[in-house]
Design a protein around this ligand. Structure first.
Ligand SMILES: Nc1ncnc2c1ncn2[C@@H]1O[C@H](COP(=O)(O)OP(=O)(O)OP(=O)(O)O)[C@@H](O)[C@H]1O
Length: 618
């Protein structure tokens, strides 16, 4: 499979690509961590303030009891190692022993409480994170979805990033737990003899280094593999998706798709195998050095004991404190390592949200008009992200209230793009769209779109009931829904379904039904008519309709679609004859305009296309 078709496989080595990612280095992330932690804890606070307070307080208290228990151990050992008969020594040790046991019980109870609150926080933070992300994805400007960089960022955020906030909260709290354990053990150890402390750190650092290295490799790998994985998922989707199933078979696409899938999957697999090897080496080196460190700690302790610097009871407590401290340090390493890794993914989430927020429609500075006397398109230019040539160049036109305006032109001439600019879905790069004297660049696009009904060429087959496919979550009453269905002939569609308007249109569910292309289009037309909007944009509304339904729809449009202003895009030129004005587009430019007869008299592109179609019927 050649790499021109799969450009994401061109990167020779994943680490060559990830080498460029200087902003994910340990120091860079360590610098970002405090703000990431602050953000994550902010989300935790928003999700469950009581649980957040509980988990922090209980953890701190449990640290206090850990230290208390360790110190009480010295009392037990001192009593046990003192001279005298054994029952006497045991009796002397009893009060300290009771203290140790009480501290242990309290610590366990506190930790269980902290664990419970932490477990409660996780789903609450996850819900907030997901809702925030999908709240943004459904609000960003439409052009973002034409930008591959946005898709990569979205993929990263959806892939692991969305789990980032609760994982960061979780690991922050784990870090806190481990830190309190270390402070307790370290404090006790420091009291026993200061030299034991640095030795303890040396024993655990190599492990931590290995873990951090391995986490970074994981992240770099998944970062570098995102475009290839996206390609793989798209291919997998084509091979497993209902919509593509028929064409995969009728065009015998299986071999072709499988070959492409295999090429991408093997490249991904090789990268993962390489990473697994590197991670094992890092881990082995870390563990070997860690072993040497632990040995050094015990040798030092033996020396201190041998030289009589510390008594036996203190050395005994030191061993316990070292083991407890080592356990906590290892937990700390594990937690900070996870924090570092999750911090990387959380960065993806945070950056995606920031990017999405940047792409939100601007804050309106003018009131949104509810109606218009004239819509003016003034010299607009528009390019899709990454496109070399603009899809619209210097387009100007006007639409007066109550008119029927037609856009015609060959495939790819820019009709749909222009209609999307008029629908407030794309913002033009240059020029203006005005509703009377109000520039739409400064109004609330959400509110504006409520005044525009669109029957889209690429309408969505919503996996909802017929009713919801028409009403789209609005409630204008049954009569309005039935009237819209009737205009589009969707009433006949519903009549044939087992549950009428309440039939679910999704075969993936039990009791779900599928419609034919034309039946779907009738539903989409009904959707457009149901919206109470002064402007109706119909983009190829009849391509899939049968002759009778098409005739009925155009009759309705001809009678001004119940008082609306209509922008009609169609290749059926017989239906645009009665339009008040026709604009002919060619490669993003308006090349002709006028009423049908004027354009026929001009004998230009419109006349040529019209005659071609008319001839086909004569
Ligand atoms: N989402 C997109 N991203 C990038 N380029 C696009 C996108 N949609 C359309 N284009 C390009 O913009 C140009 C105009 O497309 P548009 O869909 O507006 O044409 P059209 O006149 O409606 O065509 P048709 O008659 O086939 O529906 C085409 O060159 C097309 O390749």
């Amino acid at each position: 499979m050649n790499t021109a078709e799969l450009p994401e496989l061109k990167t020779p080595n994943w680490f060559a690509l990830s080498g460029n990612l200087s902003d994910i280095g340990f120091v860079a992330i360590a610098r970002k961590l405090p703000s990431l932690i602050r953000r994550a804890l902010g989300m935790a606070w928003e999700a469950g303030p009581r649980d957040t307070i509980a988990v922090i307080t209980l953890n701190l208290l449990s640290g206090v009891f850990t230290a208390f228990g360790l110190l009480a151990t010295t009392g037990v050992l001192e009593a046990l190692f003192s001279v005298g008969p054994t029952p006497e020594r045991i009796r002397a040790a009893l009060p300290s022993l009771i203290l140790v046991a009480t501290a242990a019980v309290l610590r366990t109870a506190l930790q269980a409480g902290a664990g419970f609150s932490q477990a409660r926080l996780r789903p609450q933070v996850a819900r907030i994170a997901e809702e925030r992300m999908y709240g943004l994805t459904s609000q960003v400007e439409l052009a973002a979805y034409d930008d591959p960089d946005f898709h990569d960022a979205l993929q990263r955020a959806r892939n692991r990033g969305v789990d980032g906030p609760d994982a960061v909260v979780d690991t922050t709290l784990d870090t806190l737990t481990a830190l309190t354990g270390i402070l307790a053990a370290g404090g006790v150890l420091g009291l026993l003899h200061p030299v034991l402390l640095p030795l303890l750190v040396i024993a655990v650092l190599p492990d931590g280094w290995a873990a951090i290295r391995s986490a970074r490799m994981n992240y770099e790998m998944s970062y570098a593999l995102i475009p290839a994985r996206r390609r793989k998922w798209i291919l997998a989707d084509l091979m497993a998706r209902r919509e593509a199933a028929a064409e995969v078979r009728s065009f015998n696409m299986r071999g072709f798709l499988m070959r492409m899938y295999d090429t991408v999957a093997r490249a991904e697999q090789n990268v993962m195998l390489d990473v697994a090897g590197r991670q094992t080496v890092a881990r082995l080196v870390g563990e070997a050095l860690g072993g040497v460190g632990t040995l050094a700690v015990y040798v030092a302790l033996g020396l201190l004991l041998g030289l009589g610097i510390v008594p036996l009871a203190v050395a005994g407590t030191a061993v316990l404190a070292i083991r407890s401290g080592q356990g906590s340090l290892q937990n700390l390493m594990y937690a900070t390592n996870r924090l570092y890794e999750e911090g990387l993914y959380f960065t993806d989430y945070v950056e995606f949200c920031a990017e999405a927020e940047r792409r939100l429609p601007g804050v309106p500075s003018a009131d949104t008009p509810a109606a218009f006397e004239r819509i003016t398109v003034d010299d607009i230019t528009f390019s899709y992200p990454g496109a070399e040539t603009p899809a619209l160049r210097g387009v100007s036109l006007h639409i007066d209230k109550g008119e029927i305006i037609a856009l015609v032109g060959e495939n790819g001439s820019g009709k749909t793009t222009l209609s999307k600019v008029l629908a407030g879905l794309y913002a033009p790069e240059g020029g203006r769209v005005l509703w009377d004297d109000r520039d739409l660049a400064h109004v609330d696009t959400d509110a504006l779109r409520r005044g525009i009904a669109v029957i889209a060429q690429d309408h969505t087959h919503w996996p909802l009931s017929v009713r919801h496919n028409i009403t789209m979550g609005t409630d204008r009453g049954e009569a309005a829904m039935l009237a819209a269905a009737e205009v589009a002939g969707a009433d006949q569609v519903a009549a044939e379904l087992p549950h009428g308007y309440d039939t679910l249109l999704d075969r993936r569910f039990k009791e779900g039904h599928e419609l034919s292309g034309g039946q779907w289009q009738r539903v989409a037309v009904a959707r457009g008519f149901h919206r109470e909007a002064p402007l109706l944009i119909c983009d190829e509304p009849t391509a899939a309709l049968d002759a009778r339904a098409e005739h009925a729809l155009f009759e309705r449009v001809r009678r001004h679609a119940d008082g609306r202003t209509v922008l009609l895009i169609t290749h059926r030129l017989a239906s645009v004859r009665y339009a008040d004005r026709i604009y002919v587009l060619d490669r993003g430019v308006v090349i002709e305009e006028g009423a049908h007869q004027e354009l026929m008299d001009k004998e230009g592109v419109y006349a040529e296309l019209y005659t071609l179609q008319a001839d086909a019927y004569s």
